[in-house]
Design a protein around this ligand. Structure first.
Ligand code: 5CA
Length: 437
């Protein structure tokens, strides 16, 4: 993409309505614009990041054996009357009447819809185990939408739902998602801490939140420092017993403020980390809560009706954009981890109009494009300072600076966003660095 063509309405000043750094930077970098309280437009730069995050989530869900579907955003209220949540959910649910005065709603979550799909289409225990997920928009009429996409009213969520024949296998499905979450967040450059949690309006007997540490997090958290050093599991066989991995991760102390045990302070001493955190994922095991209420029975192995055990597994995909920025920025702007960056490499032409600079830049740009490297070519007729500032603000991880002096010697400058290191390398070396397989 040529920067001169990119729809990138950056802001020089800090917008007054933004109180946390990710919200400020997302507005300044032209990623989002507010449409109404807690409801956002995603502009091209923001959309690219959101899609990169969704891609990682999708790959890890598929890898763990979940299957992608798409459910409606507008749901029938009847299903929620069956589960009993139509009245329980309260004013967070956006209720809508259609032209026939039927009760509809904009889905805040999809346990009812997926259970309805299951009961209408699954026939026997042979359909199990089953895990269905989607990456789709939700609406919750939050009392206090704030911090930009961090607590929106409309937001993008990955929600998965598992169905199993008995507790053991249902726990296995839960463990699969637990491990998938550790891998997913690590690929985004995040340290996410799993914590035992209450299940709230979703219900159930077992639940974990995944918390990313950031100064501006909404909740105070306490954990053993070992959790911050643990690498996510690699080469996982999702069919094998995953309990040892889960036990390893949950054996170290981690608690939210409400659950924090003061005695642990003395016990852990310097090993205790006190920080603030952002909840980026939440998983629940709730057995037959929905399948029983909605009579979602299938034929069991003995021919008798079987009510499957369920779990649900959420990731705040749009919230993650904010959480990653909270965890990775400096005074100049965003520092994208490579896996989610809107562009991987920037080419900065220091002297547009100079024949040698233009030729070197357009040649490199064409070669990157051909090789499938996500490249942003800053071809604007602007001062060098403006270009550096914009590329740093939007967080391009690698920046290749091309100027007349360097080109005369056949070299360019390679900068890594977030580090002060600069390297002079040949044009060919710059090309190879990003195209070599
Ligand atoms: N049905 C379950 C799991 S699919 C569920 O809805 N879980 S949840 O309520 O915990 O939401 C899942 C994730 O969505 C949360 O961990 C959080 O990261 C994200 N999320 C929840 N509410 C909001 C919101 N108002 N704005 C942005 N993200 C949100």
């Amino acid at each position: 993409m040529r920067l001169s063509r990119l729809f990138l309405p950056t802001l020089k000043e800090n917008p007054a309505e933004a109180v946390i750094v990710s919200h400020r930077l997302m507005l300044r970098a032209g990623m989002i614009r507010q449409h109404a309280a807690g409801i956002y437009n995603w502009l091209p730069l923001g959309t690219r990041v959101l899609q990169n995050i969704a891609k990682i989530v999708r790959e890890e869900q598929n890898f763990a054996g979940a299957q992608e579907i798409i459910m409606p955003t507008v749901q029938s209220g009847e299903l929620w009357k069956e589960s009993g949540r139509y009245d329980d959910y309260g004013p967070e649910m956006l209720r809508i009447k259609d032209r026939h005065e039927r009760d509809m709603l904009y889905g805040p979550t999809h346990e009812e819809v997926v259970t309805d799909i299951f009961r209408n289409n699954a026939k026997s225990y042979r359909n199990l185990p089953l895990n269905l997920y989607q990456i789709h928009w939700k609406f919750r009429d939050e009392v206090r939408p704030r911090f930009g996409v961090m607590r929106g009213r409309e937001f993008l969520m990955k929600d998965a739902y598992s169905f199993d024949v008995d507790f053991e296998r249902s726990k296995h499905s839960y463990n699969q998602m637990f491990v998938a979450y550790l891998r997913t967040f690590a690929r985004m450059g995040l340290k996410a801490i799993p914590m035992r949690a209450d299940s709230g309006p979703i219900g159930g007997d077992m639940s974990h939140e995944f918390i990313v540490l950031a100064e501006t997090g909404e909740s105070a958290v306490f954990c053993h420092k070992g959790l911050l050093e643990k690498p996510a599991p690699e080469n996982v066989d999702y069919q094998s017993n995953l309990q040892a991995i889960i036990d390893d991760w949950t054996s170290l102390y981690a608690a939210t403020e409400e659950k924090h045990d003061a005695a642990m302070e003395a016990k852990l001493g310097a090993d205790l980390v006190k920080a603030r955190g952002i909840e980026v994922g939440h998983i629940f095991h709730f057995g037959t809560k929905y399948s029983a209420a909605m009579k979602a029975q299938i034929a069991g192995p003995d021919g008798q009706p079987l009510t499957p055990l369920m779990g649900s597994y959420g990731i705040g995909v749009s919230r993650l954009v904010g959480a990653i920025i909270e965890a990775s920025h400096d005074d100049a702007g965003i520092i994208w981890p490579e896996g989610v960056a809107p562009f991987r490499v920037g080419i900065i032409n220091l002297k547009v109009g100079d024949a040698a600079c233009d030729a070197a830049c357009t040649d490199l740009y064409a070669k990157f494009t051909k090789a499938g490297v996500d490249v942003l070519y800053d071809d604007r007729d602007e001062r060098a300072g403006v270009k550096f500032a914009d590329n740093d603000l939007i967080g391009v991880p690698w920046q290749i600076v091309i100027g007349p002096k360097g080109i005369a010697k056949g070299v360019v400058e390679l900068k890594r966003r977030g580090s002060t290191e600069k390297e002079e390398i040949s044009l060919d070396a710059a090309l190879n660095k990003f195209t070599a397989k």
